[in-house]
Design a protein around this ligand. Structure first.
Ligand SMILES: Cc1cc2nc3c(=O)[nH]c(=O)nc-3n(C[C@H](O)[C@H](O)[C@H](O)COP(=O)(O)O)c2cc1C
Length: 337
C-alpha cells in the first residue's frame, strides 16, 4: 500500500493533526516554547515533556504553572503524563485537560531507573493490567483521546511492548500508539526495529488507530526512511529536533528553493535569541540564564562555535551576558522579537 505524503492530515481520536511530523516528548526540554517553536516550523503536533501525574494530582503549583503552560497558538497539543496509580492518573488527566490539553499521552517507555523504580515508564510493560487501568483512567479523567508511548520491550528480543500496545488499543481504547522500537535496556542507542512497528501497524489496521514511529530520526532523510520502512501513520522527531526546528520545514516541504539546505547563520542566531527571550518570559531572567545553558550547545555547534568558545556560554550568569558573547562572534545578528 502506498503511504500518504507526510504533509497529509491524520486523526488521533477526534483530534485532527495537520501533518504527520510530530515533536516527541523530551523531558526537561519540551515546554510550551519548544513545542511552539516546532509548530512554527511546521510540526503537526508537539507532545510535552513528561509531567508527573502525582504533581498534578497534588496540585503542585510549579508543576502546573510551568509544565502545564500552553500557548494559545500550540493547539492541538498533547500532554504526556507518567505515573503508576490509576486514581492519581485520572485526576492528573483532568487537570491537564482543564489546562487545555487536546490529547493525553502516557509514558510507558521511560527507561530511567528512578521512573521505573516507582513503577512508571517502561516498568509498566511488566504490569499490563495496571497499564490498561492507567490508560482507561486517563481517558475517564480527561474526556480526551489517550495515546501511549512505549518501547518494544525491556530487553532485546522481548516483545512485551508490542503485546501491550495491542491490548491498550483493543481493551483500553487507546486512540494512538507511539512506538520507540528499541528495548528499554538499550536506552537511546542501537538501531530501532522498524519492522516491528510495521508488524504493529498491520496488527492494528482494523482498529484504525494510528501508530507513530519514534527512534533514530536524526535527519529528515532518516525520518523519511523510517516512515517508509515502518509503514507508520506519522513520525516523531526527538534528538533530531534539538536546536534544529528546520527539520520540520524539511519534512513538510516548507523549506524549499534556495533555503532548502541548512539554515543560514542569521536564522540560527535568530532562533537562539528567540529561545532565550522565551525562556526569560517563562522563568524570569535569573532562572532562564541557567536553563538556557542547556540550549546553547545545539545552536552554537551549528554556528561553528565549539570547544573553549562554547564553554564560555556555560559560565554566563545572565542572558544579556550570553547575548553579548554571541554578538562578539560576529555578524549577522538579527534581533529576536
Ligand atoms: C533528552 C531526552 C528526553 C526524553 N524525554 C522523554 C519523555 O519525557 N517522554 C518520552 O516518552 N520519551 C522521552 N524521550 C525519548 C524520545 O521521545 C524518543 O523516543 C527517543 O529519543 C528516540 O528518538 P531519537 O532516536 O530520534 O532521539 C527522551 C529522549 C531524550 C534524548
Amino acid at each position: 500500500m502506498t503511504q500518504p505524503p507526510l504533509t497529509t492530515p491524520f486523526r488521533i481520536g477526534d483530534v485532527e493533526v495537520a501533518n504527520r511530523v510530530l515533536l516527541a516528548p523530551l523531558a526537561g526540554i519540551g515546554n510550551w516554547f519548544v513545542r511552539l517553536q516546532a509548530r512554527r516550523h511546521g510540526a503537526g503536533l508537539a507532545v510535552s515533556e513528561m509531567v508527573s501525574s502525582f504533581g498534578l494530582h497534588h496540585r503542585n503549583e510549579r508543576t502546573i504553572r510551568e509544565l502545564l503552560r500552553i500557548h494559545p497558538a500550540e493547539h492541538p497539543v498533547s500532554i504526556q503524563l507518567f505515573g503508576h496509580d490509576p486514581g492519581v492518573m485520572r485526576s492528573a488527566a483532568a487537570v491537564a485537560a482543564n489546562a487545555g490539553a487536546d490529547l493525553i499521552d502516557i509514558n510507558m517507555g521511560c527507561p530511567v531507573r528512578k521512573v521505573r523504580a516507582a513503577g512508571a515508564g517502561a516498568a509498566l510493560l511488566q504490569r499490563p493490567e495496571l497499564a490498561l487501568r492507567l490508560a482507561r483512567a486517563a481517558g475517564q479523567g480527561s474526556g480526551r483521546p489517550v495515546t501511549v508511548k512505549l518501547r518494544s520491550g525491556l530487553v532485546p528480543g522481548d516483545r512485551s511492548g508490542f503485546d501491550l500496545a495491542v491490548r491498550l488499543v483493543e481493551e483500553a481504547g487507546a486512540a494512538g500508539i507511539a512506538m520507540h522500537p528499541r528495548s528499554a535496556a538499550l536506552q537511546h542507542k542501537g538501531r530501532p526495529d522498524y519492522a516491528l512497528v510495521r508488524e504493529l501497524v498491520g496488527r492494528l489496521a482494523e482498529a484504525s488507530v494510528p501508530v507513530i514511529v519514534s527512534g533514530g530520526l536524526d535527519t529528515a532523510e532518516a525520518a523519511r526512511r523510517a516512515y517508509q520502512e515502518s509503514g507508520a501513520e506519522a513520525v516523531m522527531i526527538a534528538r533530531g529536533a534539538l536546536g534544529n526546528p528546520w527539520i520540520f520545514e524539511q519534512l513538510t516541504g516548507r523549506r524549499t528553493g534556495p533555503k532548502a539546505g541548512r539554515p543560514t547563520r542569521a536564522e540560527v542566531v535568530d532562533e537562539l535569541l528567540w529561545t532565550m527571550a522565551r525562556a526569560e518570559e517563562h522563568l524570569g531572567p535569573r532562572r532562564a540564564a541557567r536553563y538556557a545553558r542547556k540550549f546553547y550547545p545545539w545552536y552554537l555547534e551549528r554556528l561553528g562555535i565549539r570547544g573553549r568558545d562554547a564553554a564560555a556560554f556555560q559560565r554566563t550568569e545572565s542572558l544579556d551576558e550570553a547575548r553579548e558573547l554571541l554578538a562578539s562572534f560576529g555578524k549577522p545578528l538579527a534581533i529576536a522579537a
